[in-house]
Ligand binder design. Structure first.
Ligand code: UDX
Length: 453
């Protein structure tokens, strides 16, 4: 156990898998630097304290009823949480500040998910310093800061006839990459992001799960724009050696022994994260594309991601039988372990930021299929800037899927990309070593927190 430094950090994750994972990893990193950690969490997607025995946990009532707690409308649920959590959050923080209890360690600061934009105001009222964790990369955060310009230039609202048009002000972005969400109210994503950026600007700094060498130029632009300290200390999961999982679903570990039986770099791993839904027609094309490619595959089909729940109970075994066991389908995988497995040669992903960074960290080239939010920005950088992936050109059709998988895994055309992915993996591993850029940024973050009075 590292020496404790008599400072407590209160961490408040947004209760979605893609936000919980990095926040808990950040908790591990800062715990290893001597801080005591309290995790504040909502009832919705409540966390399991037993998986993290060295953290303290406190839950707050978010006031969501069952009909509201649906993941089909993400901006809706984020807005509701922002509205409903203010009171309970303030009450809980006030209690922790004013009566920390016998031997409790005093609070040094709050670290809030930046999408909880109300937390900065509460912290100010309670005279507690607040840092923000933005769980996506620097580039997409920068794109959100320039959305007013993109609106002024007429790119937003996004028109379906212009999706392939270049955004001249921010190459190599295309109009179709500009963040969007399927929502009853398409403007809501921009209002949420506007509030998020205001909150970051009012905070004592922002922590990012990225590394300097990956997003240097856009980190510089962000620093100029935000005028608060920016700490790129990722990839988080490479900085914290922990076996504890923060998965909300049970991980099916049987896929690891299945991977053990496959040839090196032969498997395409397919997963679209914790939120994206897949229609029946899409599922069919994915299945046929995988079948056409003749490569082994590991495919995550999450309960709730397919409209027909019976599909998951009946169809996978019939499909796999037809392919004579060339693939495996699971409901949830230990993804970081999967991507680090020597049999995995490519990742078909929706380019959620965690998945993108986890793939980069293991040198696995990507087949990009962004679905919503900032995933289009992430995917554009994967294919056109870092050059470690391809888009599914021509759309989600079996022939295109087949071609893209072969290019990524076996054909000479993909060699440059495979080599590029290994080179980027090396950079990701160097930055977290002593004197690496992320390690230095972490030192700076720790000093920054310890300087708070
Ligand atoms: C999203 C995205 O981060 C982001 O685009 C958006 O702003 C909101 O949240 P999500 O779609 O879940 O989250 O994707 P991602 O960021 O990739 O996070 C998924 C996490 O779940 C990853 O850490 C991944 O390792 C994990 N995972 C996924 C598993 O552990 N097992 C699986 O089978 C699939």
């Amino acid at each position: 156990m590292n020496q404790r430094n008599n400072h407590r950090l209160v961490l408040f994750p947004l209760p979605l898998q893609g936000h919980i994972n990095p926040m808990l990893q950040l908790g591990q990193i800062l715990h290893a630097r001597g801080f005591s950690i309290t995790i504040l969490h909502t009832n919705f997607n409540a966390l399991d304290p037993s998986s993290h025995p060295h953290f303290a946990f406190r839950s707050i009532a978010d006031g969501l009823d069952q009909s509201e707690a649906s993941l089909s409308d993400i901006p809706g649920i984020v807005s509701l949480l922002n509205a409903r959590c203010v009171g309970p959050f303030e009450e809980c923080m006030r209690e922790m500040v004013s009566s920390p209890g016998g031997d409790a360690v005093p609070i040094a600061c709050l670290i809030s998910d930046s999408l909880f934009s109300f937390t900065c105001g509460v912290a100010e009222r309670l005279k507690v310093r607040a840092l923000m964790l933005r769980t996506s990369g620097a580039t997409s955060l920068y794109v959100f800061t320039i959305c007013p310009v993109l609106k002024e230039k007429g790119y937003i609202p996004i028109q379906s006839s212009r999706l392939q048009e270049a955004v001249k002000e921010f190459p190599p972005l295309l109009v179709g990459d500009i963040p969007a969400l399927d929502s009853k109210d398409p403007g809501m994503i921009f209002r949420l992001m506007e509030n998020m950026i205001k909150a970051i600007k009012n905070s004592s700094g922002v922590i990012l799960n990225t590394f300097e060498e990956l997003e240097h130029a856009n980190l510089a632009l962000l620093r100029d724009d935000l005028s608060v300290p920016v700490f790129p200390i990722g990839p988080f999961h490479k900085c914290c050696m922990t076996s504890s999982s923060s998965s909300l679903l049970a991980e099916d570990k049987s896929c690891i022994s299945w991977l053990d039986e496959q040839s090196p770099k032969s498997v395409i791993y397919v997963s679209f994260g914790s939120l994206a839904a897949t229609s029946e027609a899409e599922i069919l094309e994915i299945a046929l594309g995988l079948a056409y490619s003749e490569q082994p595959f590991l495919w995550v089909v999450r309960p709730g991601s397919v409209c027909d729940p019976e599909w998951l109970e009946k169809s996978p075994s019939r499909f796999l039988e037809a392919l004579e066991g060339r693939g495996k389908i699971v409901k949830w995988a230990p993804q970081k372990e999967v991507l680090a497995h020597p049999a995995v040669g490519a990742f078909w992903t929706h380019n959620g930021w965690n998945s993108t960074l986890e793939s980069i960290s293991e040198g696995v080239p990507m087949l990009c299929m962004p679905r919503f939010a900032e995933q289009g920005v992430n995917a554009r950088y994967v294919s056109d800037v870092w050059r470690v992936g391809v888009h599914l050109n021509g759309g989600l059709e079996r022939e295109n899927i087949d071609r893209a998988i072969k290019r990524l895994l076996v054909e000479r055309e993909g060699e440059e990309m495979r080599e590029g992915a290994l080179a980027l993996k090396e950079k990701a591993s160097v930055c977290v070593k002593q004197d690496g850029s992320s390690c230095q940024a972490l030192d700076a973050l720790v000093s920054h927190i310890l300087s708070f009075k």
